[in-house]
Design a protein. Structure first.
Length: 156
């Protein structure tokens, strides 16, 4: 466990801007996740495509259906997602039939298993020194702040 020191005491933290800290946390966490996935040779959007195919029927899922689903989670255009799907296909991680249904290959399933193990380690690193209760409270506070300013944010 590494030593951690807060930037300010409690009196100083009360006046810190939530926009800065929530953005800084998001950027740092996403960078950490993306760096770890890159070590496995995949991007975060490719990881999400693989996730969409894990419990797909044996004949896979429609490519456009996967793109439509992911569009709601990722801030990427359809073209970028199609490119990620094509890159996975070119690497032999997914197959695509003439009807546009995509499915994981055995190599894709093996990569998914390695990445899932890596994701467990990443989550543990991110949550180090944070109790489940603190994590839940943090998410509730952030959700309330989003609501207070008229925003919506729901992750499935």
């Amino acid at each position: 466990m590494t030593t951690f020191t807060y930037s300010h005491d409690d009196a100083g933290l009360i006046n810190q801007p939530i926009g800065y800290w929530s953005s800084a946390a998001g950027s740092a966490v996403v960078h950490h996740i993306r760096t770890n996935l890159a070590e496995l040779g995949i991007t975060q959007p490719q990881w999400w495509v693989i996730g969409q195919l894990m419990n797909a029927p044996e004949n896979g899922r429609d490519r456009n259906e996967v793109v439509t689903t992911l569009r709601g989670y990722l801030d990427l255009g359809d073209g970028a997602l199609m490119h990620d799907i094509s890159a996975l296909h070119d690497r032999g991680l997914i197959t695509e039939d003439t009807a546009g249904r995509i499915a994981l290959t055995d190599e894709g399933r093996a990569l998914q298993a390695r990445a899932a193990e890596r994701q467990k380690r990443i989550r543990a690193e991110i949550h180090e020194g944070i109790t489940d209760e603190e994590y839940i409270l943090t998410l509730k506070v952030l959700q309330r702040m989003i609501h207070n300013v008229g925003g919506t944010a729901w992750h499935h």
